[in-house]
Write a protein that binds this ligand. Sequence first.
Ligand code: TPP
Ligand code: MG
Length: 565
Amino acid sequence: MIVAEAVGRALAACGVGTAFGVVGSGNFHVTNALVAGGVRYVAARHEGGAATMADAYARMSGRVGVVSVHQGPGLTNALTGLTEAAKSRTPLIVVAGEATEVQSNFHIDQAALATAVGAVAMRVASPEEAVSRAVEAYRVAVQERRTVLLNLPLDVQAAPFEGPADVMPPPATAAAVPAAGSSGGPSAVPGAGSSGGPAAVPGAGEVAELARLLGAAERPVFIAGRGARHARRELEELAALAGALLATSAVAKGLFRGSPWDLDVSGGFATPLAAELIRGADLVVAWGCALNMWTTRHGTLVSPGAKVVKVDLDPAAFKTHVPADLGVAGDVARVAEALAAQVAPRTGYRSPEIAARVRAEGRWRDVPYEDESGGGRIDPRTLSIGLDDLLPRERIVAIDSGNFMGYPSMFVDVPDEGGFCFTQAFQSIGLGLATAIGAAIARPDRLPVAALGDGGALMGIAELETVVRLGLPMVIVVYDDEAYGAEVHHFGPHGHPLGTVTFPPADLAAIARGHGCAAVTVGGPGDLAGVAEWVDGPRDRPLLVHAKVTAEHGSWWLEEAFKGH
Ligand SMILES: Cc1ncc(C[n+]2csc(CCOP(=O)(O)OP(=O)(O)O)c2C)c(N)n1
Ligand SMILES: [Mg+2]
C-alpha cells in the first residue's frame, strides 16, 4: 500500500460521506482508495462544481463532504466553492495532490491559498503520519466545523506505507455529526450551537435571565438560524409557552413549516406581515443566528426598543451584527429545554387576531400583485407560484444568486429545513446547479429543484452533464432576463451604459436538450403546461425550464442588498 491509499482508506474508515471531484494524476490513488473503502464517488466536470456539491451534500446530509482535486489548477478551480463552504462552517475535507517542487508547473502555495479563504491547511508530510493526519483532518472538520485542505505532496503520497492497513474511526467524532432524518429529524451538519463542545451546557445565570425576559415579554419573536436547524421541537415547545412567533434566517428556511405561528424567513425575503410583526416585537431571541444585515434588513427589522438575546455556542456571535443585550452560550436545543422548565405559559404574541393574520397574509402568494406577464415573457412571481403549485411538495430547492433569487426563495415553498439549500455566504453566482446536485445526492427521496439566473446558469453549466449522467430527476429553472439583471438594476437607474451586462438571447432549452434533458421554454403562464406534463410523466430525464422573465424593474430585496455594497 502507498501513502495515498492509506490516506483514502483512513478517511473512509472515519466515516466520511460522498466524495466529489475531478481526478488527475495527483489524486488518482487517494480517490480510488476512498472508493475501495466504501465511499461513493461522484465525478464532477469542474472542481468548482465538485466543491459546491460537497458543501451542499454536507449541509443536507449531516455527513462530512469530501472534495478530491489535482494539484495546482485542480485546487484553484475549486476555490470559490471552498470559500463558500469555509464561510458557512461546513465540515468538508479537500484532498489535494501537492507539487512541492517550485519548478513544477503545478506548484503554488496551496496552504496559503487555503488559509486565505478561511480553510484549515494540513499536509501529510511523511509516510508515518498518513493515517494520523487524515484522522486529524476529519476531527477538525467535524468538531470545529471547518473546511480542511489535506495536502498530499506527490513524493510522499507515492511512498510505501508501512503502518497498519485498518484504521479505527476516531472516538466521539463520528457521532458528533447528527444523521439527517428523512423528515424533520436532526437535520444537517451542525451550525453554531448544535454539536456540543465546551459551551454546550448553558450557564444557569443567563438562562434564568432569559427566562425572566420571556416571562415579561408581550410580543416575543424567535429567529432561528443555521445553529438551530436541529432544534425544531425544543424551540416550538418553548415558543408555545412564551407566546412567541417563529421566524428563521434564510439558511434555516422551512424549520417551522406547519406551525400556525410560522412567519417564514426574516430579512429581505420576509413578507410584509412578517416584517411588521418582527418590527413589533419587544423581545427578539436569536437562536444559533447571528442577526446579520440580511436577516434584519440592516438592523431595521429589530425595533430600537426591543431587547435582543442571542443563544449560540460561540460567544463571539453575541456582539457581531445586531448586538445582543444578553448572550446565552450553549447549544440551542439544550438552552430551550432548560428554559421550558422555567417559563410559565402566557399568550404573549399569540393572540387570535395574529393567528388570523398569519393564516391570511403569512405567505408571499397571499400578497396581491399585478401580473406583468406579456409580450412573450412571464412575470417571475407568476412563474414561481405556478411551479410551486405544479411541483411535488417533497422537494429540495437550491438557489443561485442574482436579482431573480428572491422569487423562488419567497414563492416556492419547502416542506421543512431539509428542503432548502442556500449557498450564499460568499454571494457568488454560478453555484446553484452544483448546489442542487449535492443536495439531490444527500436527499434522493426529494425532487431537486435548481433555481438559477441565466448568468449563474451559464457560469455553472459544466455540471449539466453531471445531472444527466447521474440520472437525477431534477427540475432546473432558469429565470432568463438576458442580462446580469442585478447589475442592470443597480446601475441602469443612474443612466450608466449597460452593454457590459446585457446579452443576446441564448437558447438554453436547446443546450439542455443537447445534454439529454427534457426542456420547455416558458414565455407566458400557459407554457407551464409543459412542466405539468413532465411532472405527470416518468421523470426519467431532468427538466430544464427556460423561463423568459419580465425584467422592467429590479426586485425589492435587491434594493435592500445594494445597501450592503
Ligand atoms: C462569481 C461572481 N461573479 C460576479 C458576481 C457579481 N454579480 C452578482 S449578481 C450578478 C448577475 C447574475 O446574473 P443572473 O444569474 O442572470 O441573475 P439576474 O441578476 O439576472 O437575475 C453578477 C454578475 C458575483 N456575485 N459572483
Ligand atoms: Mg439574468
